[in-house]
Design a protein. Structure first.
Length: 425
């Protein structure tokens, strides 16, 4: 079995390797191909990955390449975790928002839009190559903004089986279980819990928790309202929602708070991650190292390997497990457009990704979600077609976008800053 990792030079890759090592007996991988255009970085990360698997006497080999077609040819699974323009582009995405008095973030707001414009054409190229040299392979996309680019693939490469994934819901479940145990005196096992999630990637609400067949949401809300374990949310908002928002809602619900924090830059988050990655790459380059360093958790990718390899394992072994996936809901959420890609529970088996029927969100959630979905749909058209009008409208409709009379200035800045990566414009 061959798995291709596009963006294999990522500092996340060693955690992914650990996930495959832990599942060797269930997931019979034989070749793991790491592909990256940054050959120097690939040599460091890939060399470390090779030492890891040798030290564990793994049943699979690590292959390194800078050739996209070579990496994909014959693969049963293709995972994507790349960043067009690398970390400097992320820094530019953050500063784009900041210099216009807007949220500066890599997946949300104007920075997220810039990233999507750079990323969507590349993912469509990957899907075209898969169609030729890896027919039937499952594309598992971690590249942000994951839900938005999955929306693009759903429309423009509908024949390519695709799952958009994120570690956010998994991390959210772990936090909820931890808070139940810490404040409620329980001893719950997170692996036995099922989280009910609905929304968009980085814009989803946690609204239910099943544990060993029983509904635990009343206990969850009691803990969060009485003890306020998550300081990001005020209790009045949680009470009104009867849900727990994904962490990215800080940018929407408390925009001024986040803008005030930006005033302390530098360093921005990208600049912090750049420093973390310098340390990680130096450690990866140590020829004696065969295990990931503890500093990898500072990178922000905790549980990435679990989410990735569990999904592939469930698909390969026809397990019928429920995972939180970004996929076209195909009408299982009543009265919502069937072509919308949502982040939601899905059954994963050998036939693919199957979204489970879900109750629609209430108006207090749907109002925001529908505005951001409109932005996503417009951004897809802008990215695929180089459509400046669609790009303008995407900025106009986004809740974190600029005032109407500032849209053109922000758009011009976005396109100019990213000119090297946006030939479609």
């Amino acid at each position: 079995m061959k798995v291709a990792v596009i963006g294999g030079g990522s500092s996340y890759t060693p955690e992914l390797i650990m996930g495959f090592l832990e599942r060797q007996t269930q997931f019979p991988l034989t070749e793991l191909w790491l592909m990256d255009i940054d050959e120097a970085r690939l040599s460091i990360v890939g060399g470390f990955a090779q030492r890891m698997v040798r030290a564990q006497n793994a049943n699979f080999d690590i292959k390194l390449t800078s050739n996209l077609r070579e990496a994909i040819t014959g693969a049963q699974y293709v995972t994507t975790q790349f960043r067009v323009g690398q970390m400097e582009a992320r820094r530019n995405d953050e500063l784009l928002g900041a210099r216009h008095g807007l949220i500066g973030q890599e997946t949300t707001g104007v920075g997220g839009m810039a990233k999507a414009l750079r990323t969507i054409p590349e993912l469509l190229k990957i899907s075209a190559i898969m169609r030729e040299v890896a027919p039937g392979a499952l594309l598992v996309n971690f590249t942000n903004p994951s839900g938005l680019v999955t929306q693009a693939l759903s429309k423009y490469a509908p024949d390519i089986p695709t799952a958009g994934v994120c570690n956010g819901p998994f991390w959210g479940k772990m936090e909820i279980i931890q808070n139940l145990n810490n404040f409620g005196g329980y001893a719950l096992d997170a692996s036995q819990a099922k989280l009910n999630v609905l929304g968009l990637n980085h814009l989803s609400w946690f609204r239910g928790l099943e544990y060993q067949g029983e509904d635990w949401w009343p206990q969850v809300m009691e803990i969060y309202l009485q003890h306020a374990p998550d300081k990001r949310w005020d209790t009045n908002t949680l009470r009104a929602l009867n849900m727990i928002p994904n962490g990215y809602f800080e940018y929407y619900y408390y925009t001024q708070r986040k803008l005030d924090l930006q005033k302390a830059w530098p360093p921005s988050r990208a600049e912090q991650v750049m420093e973390v990655e310098k340390e990680l790459l130096a450690q990866y380059a140590d020829p004696k190292r065969v295990m990931p360093p503890e500093g990898l958790m500072k990178r922000g990718g905790a549980h990435y390997s679990t989410v990735a390899t569990q999904l592939l394992n469930a698909h390969y072994n026809n397990l019928g497990e429920v995972h939180i996936v970004n996929t076209c809901h195909a009408g299982v959420v009543a009265d919502w457009p069937a072509d919308w890609v949502l982040e939601m529970p899905c059954k994963v088996d050998a036939e693919g990704i199957h979204p489970l029927p879900a109750e629609p969100l209430p108006p207090v959630c749907f109002g925001l979600l529908s505005a951001v979905k409109a932005y996503e749909l417009l951004t897809v058209e802008a990215a695929v077609n180089g459509d400046r009008q669609a790009a303008y409208q995407a900025l106009l409709v986004h809740p974190l976008g600029p005032d109407a009379d500032k849209v053109q200035a922000v758009l011009d800045d976005m396109l100019s800053t990213n000119q090297a990566y946006l030939p479609q414009f």
